[in-house]
Design a protein around this ligand. Structure first.
Ligand code: NDP
Length: 296
């Protein structure tokens, strides 16, 4: 029997790297990266190039882990953020619909405004506060409108043992400094990239016998670790796990101004993905321990 082909766009990113490794039992996985250093070279803003690869490879599943994720820089270059996070995602959806491939795409807590008295549900109104969030929301909408059999997984505060993320930055600062000041009035759920990949694999495995058709289960799902904390709480947990003596001092968002405004409350309600696919990621604190115990 021929194995299904799975194309992973952005295989050098935090999520893409884990996805390539986690989906291997489901099919023949081809990773692609912007620099082409390993495997295929795909720039998603080169729509003709993207079309050429998809028509030649004809994958059953495309996992799009590509994104413009520089949240503050996006305020300066919204057109580039939109080209990568929105326009290309719509084109990808149209191409996927043409070849009958399912698409898994990732979105963000930053599509929400942050003013809420409960965790955000997928059908709550999305009102992004910054250019990155607007570009990601436009991508979600373009993919849903493309007619592709698509799954959009909204996650938050992604970290891993590689890449650019809060965990690695904080681990360095906790060694270099006697004290660090960290924002304590924004809350959300830190989510390990490996668990996002595992959640994705568990979802896709349920559709494998049906040619990866999502059918009535297509759409938007939140997928974050459980519980919530502030960036300050996340930093303290990293300090406690790593045994650092550095002081972690809480500050307000106003005391630590950044170019892009962030939601105050980024908690996402994960009930829908659990009801539809039986997938529930562990509590953020347990996940952080698992990640740090993973070596390196
Ligand atoms: P990363 O920034 O780690 O990875 C994104 C990848 O996309 C990088 O390898 C980057 O390559 C690549 N890329 C950028 N532009 C292009 C392009 N034009 N063509 C091809 N590849 C390109 O992202 P994450 O793994 O952290 O994010 C995965 C998903 O999760 C994204 O959809 C993101 O929006 C979402 N998300 C992320 C959060 C986070 O905290 N990081 C929070 C919530 C959601 P290069 O590095 O060479 O530029």
């Amino acid at each position: 029997m021929t194995r299904p082909r799975i194309l992973v766009l952005g295989s050098d990113g935090q999520v893409g790297f884990q996805i390539v490794r986690t989906l291997a039992p489901l099919g023949d996985v081809t990773g692609s990266r912007l620099d082409g250093a390993a495997g295929l070279k795909i720039d998603v803003t080169d729509h003709a190039g993207l079309e050429g690869v998809l028509m030649a490879l004809r994958p059953s599943v495309i996992v799009n882990a590509v994104a413009y994720t520089a949240v503050d820089r996006a305020e300066e270059e919204p057109a580039l953020a939109t080209a990568i996070n929105a326009t290309s995602v719509g084109v990808l959806g149209e191409l996927a619909a043409r070849i009958g491939a399912a698409v898994v795409h990732y979105s963000t807590d930053y599509v929400y405004s942050g003013i809420t008295d409960r965790p955000w549900r997928e059908d709550d109104p999305a009102e992004p506060l910054n250019a990155y969030g607007r570009s990601k929301l436009a991508g979600d909408e373009a993919l849903l409108a493309s007619g592709a059999d698509a799954l959009i997984l909204r996650t938050s505060w992604v970290y891993d043992r590689r890449g650019r993320n809060f965990l690695l930055t904080m681990r360095r600062l906790l060694v270099e400094r006697d004290e660090v000041r960290v924002v304590a009035d924004q809350i959300g759920a830190p989510t390990w990239a490996r668990l996002i990949a595992q959640g994705t694999a568990l979802i896709l495995a349920q559709t494998a016998s049906d040619g990866f058709r999502l059918g009535a289960r297509r759409g938007v799902y939140n997928l974050t670790c459980g519980g919530s904390t502030s960036w300050h709480g996340f930093a303290r947990a990293i300090r406690d796990f790593t045994g650092s003596r550095c002081k972690v001092i809480p500050v307000t968002t106003a005391e630590y101004p950044l170019p892009a405004p962030r939601p105050v409350d980024s908690r996402l309600d994960n009930a829908k993905v659990e009801a539809a696919f039986g997938v529930r990621l562990p509590d953020w604190h347990d996940a952080l321990r698992l990640c740090l115990e993973d070596g390196g």
